[in-house]
Design a protein around this ligand. Structure first.
Ligand SMILES: [Mg+2]
Length: 304
């Protein structure tokens, strides 16, 4: 636990840091606001013990600066010789978490540090859980590729980069052929297994460092190919079709082939889409064209 002490009196500084050391913790000592802000900018701090009366800036103002600069919460305990209730209230209102009157007793200080450490640990556990949740909520639990929610910010980013760098962004809309017949005849469990296998096959064909795949709907997937001209996107679409066919996933109820196949719509920013939504729409239209052309193939958006 990193404890930052901000105290202009060198006597108080030594006293407090000795108490902190005796309690089994380590203190980083600073003599004023500027020095403290410099430390905070480069060090991860778990607790701040702050004097209120300091020459360069008082503790209330410094607390306000810290709270507005760092979104990450770190507990701040004020230390002051002033024991008035008004002062305590002002400290809490400024963003402080506790208030101790000098001279501080070692046993009280150690107890407060332990209490703040407990809250701090609980908060890190909560932050961790939230991050995990955020990640989970953007991934399709079945296929483990991104879901629509996870896909959306990444597609937006690709779109923005494409505008900024005028690099071509291509999009593939993929729909598994006759998947309803697969589900109806083999059952939903096997249908799910099929989706997992197909998503894996799609992923294998992609450049993992750049291309992005997501599950768009039931048996619909979308693949973003940043920095990819339409010719390469066509090539990639054909590669996906071939790789899926060579896996020979049996589908005896398909009207196309006795195997699972896919129809792909291809679009690219070179066709003048004015928004990401329009680019997706174009890929979708092209996908329906591929379906009409007897499936198991790709079609490119027809701008004309
Ligand atoms: Mg002072």
């Amino acid at each position: 636990m990193n404890i930052l002490v901000i105290e202009d009196s060198s006597y108080q500084r030594q006293l407090i840091s000795a108490m902190i050391a005796d309690s089994g913790f380590k203190a980083i000592c600073t003599s004023g606001c500027k020095e403290a802000l410099d430390v905070l900018a480069i060090t991860s701090v778990d607790l701040i013990l702050m004097d209120i009366e300091m020459p360069d800036m008082n503790g209330f103002e410094l607390t306000k600066i810290i709270r507005s600069t760092y979104l990450e919460w770190m507990p701040i305990i004020f230390l002051s010789a002033n024991d008035s209730e008004a002062y305590l209230t002002k400290g809490i209102d400024a963003g402080g978490d506790d208030y101790l009157t000098k001279p501080v007793k070692q046993v009280v200080l150690a107890a407060k540090i332990r209490a703040m450490e407990r809250i701090s640990l609980m908060k890190s556990a909560l932050d961790q859980a939230n991050k995990q949740l955020e990640l989970l909520s953007s991934i399709d639990p079945l296929t483990q590729v991104l879901n629509r929610r996870g896909l959306s910010p990444i597609l937006n980013n690709s779109w923005v980069n494409n505008l900024k760098e005028s690099a071509e962004l291509s999009l593939l809309m993929l729909d598994i052929d006759c998947f309803k017949l697969y589900n109806d005849n083999y059952g939903h469990q096997q249908g799910d297994d099929c989706l997992v296998e197909v998503a894996n096959i799609f992923s294998q064909v992609l450049d993992q460092s750049r291309d992005v795949i997501g599950r768009y709907g039931g048996e619909e997937f979308i693949i973003a190919l940043p920095y990819t001209p339409i010719e390469s996107a066509r090539f990639k679409a054909q590669e996906i079709i071939n790789t899926l066919l060579s896996a020979k996933i049996a589908h005896e109820y398909s009207t196309v082939l006795p195997y699972v196949s896919v129809s792909i719509g291809v679009s690219s920013t070179s066709y003048g889409a004015s928004s990401l939504e329009q680019l997706i729409k174009q890929a979708d239209l092209a996908m329906y064209q591929a379906k009409e052309n007897r499936r198991n193939q790709y079609a490119v958006f027809n701008a004309g």
